[in-house]
Write a protein that binds this ligand. Structure first.
Ligand code: SF4
Ligand code: SF4
Length: 94
């Protein structure tokens, strides 16, 4: 069940939205009192968002207290923490 924790709108990269790993979607509303993290473009959200289904990962991430913690745990579960850290550090010079 989705509890609007926002992790799946923050952790994965979403090409259709040009959203990198580990960065909250620009359309993601932050936690509102009692409402969670809601999509500001819900009716127009892309197909990739429409097709996303809650799964066991939700149970792992949703109880965590902040969006940052939930995002981090989501990335950790998928083995993407290191890659996300590399992206946030920007391109490496060669
Ligand atoms: S990670 Fe799961 S509970 Fe959190 S917003 Fe996405 S579908 Fe909902
Ligand atoms: S468009 Fe909406 S549903 Fe899709 S990632 Fe952004 S906030 Fe989430």
């Amino acid at each position: 069940m989705c509890t609007a924790c926002g992790a799946c709108c923050s952790a994965p990269d979403i090409a259709a939205l040009h959203k990198p790993l580990g960065v909250p979607c620009l359309h993601l509303g932050r936690e509102q009192e009692g409402a969670g993290c809601l999509c500001a473009v819900y009716a127009q959200r892309p197909a990739i968002c429409r097709s996303y289904q809650p799964d066991w990962v939700c149970g792992e991430v949703a109880p965590l207290p902040t969006l940052e913690a939930r995002t981090r745990r989501f990335l950790e579960i998928y083995g993407l923490l290191e890659e996300a850290a590399g992206e946030s550090a920007g391109p490496k010079s060669s």
